[in-house]
Write a protein that binds this ligand. Structure first.
Ligand SMILES: Cc1cc2nc3c(=O)[nH]c(=O)nc-3n(C[C@H](O)[C@H](O)[C@H](O)COP(=O)(O)OP(=O)(O)OC[C@H]3O[C@@H](n4cnc5c(N)ncnc54)[C@H](O)[C@@H]3O)c2cc1C
Length: 476
């Protein structure tokens, strides 16, 4: 079993006292939160990672707050952990080495939405759901839709290259980021990428920073590409008597050349959680696919029919089509409830987000079931089957079950890689998956990435302990 416990050296009290004085002087007392009850919330995110509280939290409200914090922190060699909405699933915003949590949640301005150019500029603290509403009010569309959209922020989305159900047709966050303000440890300011919808000047450092999990640079104002809103959307639900058929149907739909905007798969355990949360789900169903098709009315009708035919060819219990916008909303509200509903099934839940070729989903789910039987663990799975991206959720109640859960997780990763998949589809590596990176990537590739990291952050102060396991002296 691999060990995911990481302990990093923290800055001394004397250094933190100097940092506090310098930050209060530069930013004002109200932006700097010292030890006390409120700071504890900044020691965790939406994963099972928990560490002692940071020494300080900086509540940045402007770019200047960010730049000055990075300058002071590097001078005093204090580690900095960037944070936005705190909804991350792999411990990315958790301050492993104490020091400063630099929270950009207060930088929440939608600076511009330009209809003619099809672009927008947003602060890193803008809540994704607020941005969707503002963009849609202009008749435009910003597709990335992690199911946490009510509380996650654009800065966190860019740092994680977040995706969500609609990524199957429209791609993840990276596909929409044109450029951004970035600041390095020490406070050097850069503009990465472009403001226009096209441009290939220089190395594509924008793409490098997207998905870098807060380890390379602080992200400020983000320039985004918007697209035309599809005029109509139709929602279908296909019910199956076993999850293998649901997985095969997802593969059959795409093999027939249809591109729904999302294909979400829910297994038997997930349906049980939804029923327990008060949703009426056909008792014969052991799995379902929730799907949207979009386009004009004719395209929706045609694609819905093709999707239903493909699912029926594998063998459904029934295929339902949502009859109204309210019905659609109810179905998607149940999908969004799922994480919370599953969480109620046990004291602890750890959601892995692996990807396999979609034709291998059924094989993977069989292997997960076998491994749970072998190790005596429990899991339920759901996720973005169109992309082959499944959230395998391990559930446990007592600490003495944890070693078996770790064995199941490691077996999951081994199976995923044997089937030609990858460790993370959208949640990132963070701290939880760092011990497993070497299962997928060669030493040479990990070494090259560490060299890149050291060019951006020579003293390994920015989000230490994330993505790459620290070496013995505590550096990334
Ligand atoms: C119920 C639920 C459903 C979810 N569904 C999905 C889903 O469908 N798809 C998906 O992709 N994810 C999903 N997630 C995971 C999570 O919401 C995403 O990873 C999201 O992008 C995190 O955004 P955040 O603002 O909460 O970031 P945080 O958790 O605060 O931070 C995430 C990472 O970004 C870094 N960071 C934050 N702000 C900055 C900044 N300004 N500059 C540099 N780095 C920064 C942090 O250091 C950290 O490494 C879900 C989470 C929950 C709780």
């Amino acid at each position: 079993m691999l060990d995911s416990t990481i302990e990093l050296p923290r800055p001394s009290p004397a250094v933190m006292q100097k940092a506090t004085l310098s930050l209060e002087h530069a930013l004002g007392d109200s932006r700097v939160m010292g030890p006390g009850e409120a700071i504890a919330a900044y020691a965790r995110d939406d994963s099972e990672t928990s560490v002692p509280p940071p020494d300080l939290v900086v509540l940045a409200e402007s770019w200047s707050d960010v730049v000055q914090t990075l300058a002071i922190a590097e001078k005093l060699r204090v580690p900095v952990t960037p944070r936005a909405g705190g909804t991350g699933r792999t411990g990315g915003a958790v301050p492993l080495a104490g020091g400063i949590v630099l929270c950009t949640r207060g930088m929440d301005q939608i600076v511009d939405i330009d209809r003619r150019e099809g672009t927008a500029v947003v602060g890193p603290g803008v809540i994704l759901g607020d941005f969707h509403a503002a963009v849609e009010a202009e008749g435009l569309f910003y597709p990335p839709d992690p199911n946490s959209w009510e509380s996650c922020c654009l800065g966190g989305n860019v740092a994680e290259n977040a995706a969500g159900p609609r990524a199957f047709k429209y791609g993840p966050t990276r596909d929409y980021v044109l450029g951004m303000k970035a600041a390095l440890m020490g406070g050097q300011e850069l503009f990465l990428g472009k403001r226009t919808v096209k441009g290939v000047t220089g190395y594509d450092l924008t793409s490098l920073v997207v998905g870098s999990e807060g380890t390379l640079a602080l992200i400020g104002d983000i320039h985004l590409r918007l697209i035309a809103a599809p005029p109509a959307v139709m929602t279908l639900v296909a019910l199956f008597d076993n999850v293998g058929k649901a997985a095969l149907a997802a593969s059959e739909i795409t093999a027939r050349g249809v591109r729904p905007r999302c294909i979400e798969l829910l297994d038997a355990g997930t349906l049980e959680a939804l029923r327990a949360a008060g949703n009426a789900v056909n008792p014969r169903a052991e799995a379902l696919l929730l799907m949207d098709v979009d386009g004009d009315d004719t395209a929706c009708e045609r694609d819905a029919e093709r999707v239903a035919d493909a699912a029926d060819s594998i063998g459904t219990i029934e295929v339902l089509v949502a009859q109204s916008a309210a019905h659609r909303d109810r179905l998607w509200a149940a999908r969004r409830q799922m994480s919370g509903a599953v969480r109620k099934m046990a004291r602890h839940k750890l959601s892995e987000d692996i990807v396999v070729p979609r034709q291998k989903i059924a094989e993977l789910l069989t292997r997960v079931q076998r491994s749970c039987e072998n190790f005596g663990t429990r899991s339920v799975s759901y996720g973005h089957a169109g992309d082959g991206n499944l959230h395998v959720n391990f559930l446990w109640d007592t600490d003495n079950e944890r070693p078996a859960v770790s064995q199941s997780i490691e077996q999951l990763f081994v199976d995923v890689l044997e089937l030609g998949g990858t460790l993370s589809g959208e949640h990132g590596i963070g701290v939880l998956k760092a011990p497993y990176l070497g299962l997928e990537q060669s030493d040479a590739l990990i070494g090259l990435q560490k060299q890149l990291k050291s060019m951006f952050d020579p003293h390994s102060l920015l989000n230490p302990g994330k993505i790459f396991q620290p070496n013995r002296h505590g550096n990334c």
